[in-house]
Ligand binder design. Structure first.
Ligand SMILES: C[S@@+](CC[C@H](N)C(=O)[O-])C[C@H]1O[C@@H](n2cnc3c(N)ncnc32)[C@H](O)[C@@H]1O
Length: 265
């Protein structure tokens, strides 16, 4: 099974920019305020925590956490996505000081050791073809947090996707105004990956960004990976469907779309 387009540039460096070029709303539509509140609760962040949102995209959660009084930095590979994040913030909260937006590759972040929390949310973990890269991401995260600081991750639940993969039509206005989307999701049980083909139709134009191929780790794999990076007190919880939970929920193989991981440095 080929998980990447035949190009030297990996899919993860192309797909999100292309989707953002069609309509930034295609980078995410879920409830970011509820996510921010849940992240706070899961990690027990106090007021004014210093947070690093890795693979921050449009800054949905970084922005919401900043609004809740935290001192947030968002790092993303794509300068174009970061520009959109900055524009989105300025449009929503003109004149307010928002997150600090920083370009960078999540595998090679400069060591800082100052953050109270490092976040990998909404499918930012699992992008790479090799699990050595996923280990590098967690090793880099471990270098960012202060002793006693937290890691919070949100990753797709492979058991749910194994059962629910398929094709759906998304009407204009549902994800983005004026954009029709056909989404085909396939679960590769051998590789443990969720492969998502997305075809957008906008004003008669067809746009098909590279297939997203996310490594979907089982809870046991996540615990081993996160512990291997030096974190402790690793907990994995689930969701009921797509909804952001108010409290950590048990992982339910067929109900939990997402896995939430929390750990301490
Ligand atoms: C699935 S999106 C998630 C965005 C955001 N966390 C959210 O939930 O809305 C993944 C993001 O990771 C970024 N990304 C891809 N490869 C990266 C890398 N090597 N280092 C840092 N960011 C990367 C993409 O540009 C994209 O914005």
């Amino acid at each position: 099974m080929v998980h990447a387009p035949p190009s030297d540039t990996p899919w993860w460096a192309l797909r999100y920019e292309e989707l953002a070029g069609v309509d930034p709303a295609l980078l995410g539509v879920s409830d970011h305020d509820a996510e921010a509140e849940f992240v706070e609760r899961l990690a027990g962040f106090g007021a004014g925590a210093r947070l690093l949102d890795v693979g921050c995209g449009l800054g949905r959660q970084a922005g919401a956490l900043s609004q809740r009084g935290h001192n947030v930095s968002g790092v993303d590979l794509s300068p174009r996505v970061l520009r959109l994040a900055r524009e989105r913030w300025n449009r929503l909260f003109p004149g307010e000081r928002g997150p600090n937006w920083m370009p960078g590759d999540m595998r090679w972040l400069p060591n800082s050791g100052v953050y109270d929390g490092v976040l990998l949310l909404g499918g930012s973990f699992g992008l790479f073809a090799s699990d050595a890269d996923h280990q590098a991401v967690l090793a880099a995260a471990a270098q960012q947090v202060r002793p006693g600081g937290s890691l919070v991750m949100q990753t797709p639940n492979p058991y749910w996707w194994a059962a629910k993969a398929g094709t759906q039509y998304v009407a204009p206005g549902s994800w983005a105004d004026g954009v029709e989307v056909v989404q085909n999701v396939r679960f590769d049980a051998v590789a443990g990956r969720v492969d998502e083909r997305t075809i957008c139709f906008v004003g008669g134009r067809r746009v098909e960004p590279p297939v997203q191929s996310l490594r979907a780790f089982t809870p046991a794999e996540l615990v081993a990976l996160v512990r291997g990076a030096g974190f402790r007190e690793v907990e994995v919880s689930g969701t009921e469907g797509w909804t952001v939970p108010e409290e950590p929920l048990p992982v339910d193989a067929t109900e939990s779309v997402w896995l939430w991981v929390s750990a301490r440095s």
